[in-house]
Design a protein around this ligand. Structure first.
Ligand SMILES: [Zn+2]
Length: 407
């Protein structure tokens, strides 16, 4: 907190002036100032005292730093990318969705998560090896599913580990339910949620009733089959409605294969909206479909969601989903000074889903400034260095094109 200073002296290290502040955690949606001191939010309100430095955000929006609930941030996997590129586009907390399991988590922690400027947290994969490659599923051999070791790594890394990840689909082979039970066993013993990926091949109708309040289903609008809709029809599965009623959360996880305009619209027709918006950013999704959090958020603006709702699902709700609602995704005084300032740009913007269908949006979120722990970061500050693609990487792109749902 700041102390009262004599007239003419700065009361804060940085004051953001005249931005349109949207903070769903405080029902804030108006033009006002935000003051920062010692890496924390010091005050939010009109005509705040001067700061040592000032930033005029007239005409721009300001919200809590974005929390991307689902990405792949370990470069030891063929999916992984450098998490610090998140800081170019407003994400101040990047959550790794099970790229590592108990074998490789310690290396991920030491070499990637701890070395990053962005805050990196993680779900630990129930598979010992995490998700090394799209070529072979991490649970095709059920011996990789290790509840005891997974629980131990979570216990030993409570500051970073948020829960247990499992992918249900072709990568689980015929062991989907057995593997799920092992993931739940690890999560129950450590009192954390699980995040369940559902893709083609998942036994979704058997998976959902096993989930507990607070568990997260990701890829809810994938549109490739075995998702949240009755096969061949427009209705939501009864198990989906029951799970939501129980307190199971539904996440986007856009990725390279998991966002369909048609599935999202079908969901919206039934008043089924995602709880959280996330990119599922990885080596295969970053250069074409998902790009970054503002792009994925812009898709939901295009679908008709309001800007405060899109921000809610990218800040406050993911913070609560990872049991950090009092620390993250908020601009309450005393919390870490993680913020995102952006413009709403008007124009004609092509946005492609992962079924190769392009729609044109008239608005998009354009990053203006990220603030991490009180420090200002301009878009483009972190160079995007992606590993070169190998011939075998093309397999995944071919599969995405082959299985796209063109209707
Ligand atoms: Zn993923």
């Amino acid at each position: 907190m700041t102390s009262q200073t004599e007239e003419g002296k700065a009361s804060y290290s940085l004051v953001l002036r005249n931005g349109h502040v949207i903070d769903p955690s405080q029902d804030l949606d108006r033009v006002t100032d935000v003051a920062i001191q010692d890496g924390k939010i010091a005050a939010v309100g009109d005509a705040l005292d001067p700061g040592l430095e000032e930033e005029d955000l007239r005409g721009r929006y300001v919200c809590p730093g974005l929390i991307d609930l689902h990405g792949h941030w370990w470069e030891g996997s063929s999916f992984g990318i450098d998490p610090d590129i998140c800081l170019n586009h407003g994400v101040t907390t990047a959550i790794d969705a099970g790229t590592t399991g108990h074998i490789n988590f310690p290396v991920f922690r030491r070499n990637q998560a701890s070395a990053a400027t962005v805050q990196v947290l993680a779900f630990v994969n129930i598979s010992s090896i995490g998700i090394p490659t799209p070529l072979v599923g991490e649970l095709e051999d059920i011996r990789f599913a290790r509840p005891l070791e997974t629980a131990r790594v979570i216990e030993a890394n409570r500051d970073l580990c948020l829960g247990v990840k499992i992918r249900e689909g072709s990568m689980t082979g015929k062991h989907g339910i057995e593997a799920l039970e092992k993931a739940i066993e690890a999560a129950t013993s450590t009192r954390v949620p699980i995040m369940v990926h559902i893709s083609k091949g998942a036994e979704t109708r058997r998976v959902l009733p096993k989930l507990r309040p607070g568990d997260i289903v990701t890829h809810c609008f994938q549109g490739r089959g075995d998702g949240i809709f009755e096969e061949g029809c427009r209705h939501l599965l009864p198990e989906v409605l029951a799970a939501r009623k129980e307190g199971v959360l539904f996440d986007i996880g856009h990725g390279a294969g998991s966002f369909s305009w048609e599935a999202a619209r079908k969901g919206f027709e039934h008043f089924f909206y995602p709880d959280t918006i996330s990119t599922d950013l990885h080596r295969f999704s970053i250069a074409r479909w998902a790009f970054d959090m503002p792009t994925v958020m812009s898709k939901f603006l295009h679908l008709g969601m309001s800007l405060p709702d899109v921000i809610l699902k990218s800040t406050r709700t993911p913070a609560k989903a990872i049991a950090k609602g009092n620390e993250l995704g908020t601009l309450k005084p005393g919390t870490v000074a993680d913020l995102f300032a952006f413009e709403i740009e008007e124009g004609h913007f092509p946005l492609e889903d992962t079924h190769l269908r392009t729609e044109h949006a008239s608005r998009r979120i354009k990053p203006a400034l990220t603030i991490k722990h009180g420090r200002r970061i301009q878009p483009g500050s972190y160079p995007v260095r992606l590993r070169p693609l190998e011939e075998c990487d093309q397999e995944l792109f071919r599969l995405i094109e082959e299985t796209a749902n063109p209707s």
